[in-house]
Design a protein around this ligand. Structure first.
Ligand code: CA
Ligand code: CA
Length: 130
C-alpha cells in the first residue's frame, strides 16, 4: 500500500519520496531523520528534491525532511503542517492510510515545483526502509 502510494505520488513529480520506519528515536526526530536521509544517499538526486518521511513507531515520533532544492521552494511551514496532520491521524489509529495520504500530498506539492518529465528516472527506490 505504501509502496503503491510512493509510486503513484512520483508519477506527478521528479521528486523522490522515501519512507523509513524504525522503533526508536532517541532525541530529536528531525536529527534522526537527517541522519537516515544521508545514510540512504538521498542527497544525491539531480534536483536535490528527495523527501524522507521518518517514523519512529515506538517512540511515537514523526519527521519529514526534504533536500535543499525543496526547502528553497516550499519552506518550513509546509513540512510543519504535513507532520501535524500526520500525527493527528496517527492518533486516530489509521496509520497506513494516514501515511499513504501524506505521501500523495507530498507528490502533489512537489509536482508544483518539480514536475515530472517524460524521461524521469526513479532515482531512489520506492521501497520502505527499516
Ligand atoms: Ca523520479
Ligand atoms: Ca522513487
Amino acid at each position: 500500500m505504501l509502496i503503491d502510494a510512493i509510486t503513484k505520488a512520483e508519477l506527478k513529480t521528479s521528486g523522490e519520496i522515501r519512507v523509513h520506519i524504525e522503533n526508536f528515536s532517541f532525541g530529536n526526530a528531525i536529527k534522526s531523520a537527517e541522519k537516515i536521509f544521508t545514510k540512504l544517499g538521498m542527497h544525491q538526486t539531480k534536483a536535490r528534491n528527495g523527501v524522507l518521511i521518518y517514523i519512529a513507531a515506538l517512540s511515537r515520533k514523526v519527521a519529514v525532511v526534504g533536500d535543499e532544492g525543496i526547502h528553497r521552494e516550499l519552506g518550513d511551514e509546509f513540512w510543519k503542517k504535513l507532520v501535524e496532520r500526520l500525527i493527528s491521524q496517527f492518533k486516530a489509529d489509521r496509520k497506513a492510510e494516514a501515511l499513504a495520504a501524506c505521501i500523495i500530498e507530498c507528490g502533489e506539492q512537489l509536482g508544483k515545483f518539480f514536475p515530472r518529465s517524460t524521461d524521469d528516472k526513479d532515482e531512489l527506490s520506492n521501497t520502505i526502509s527499516y
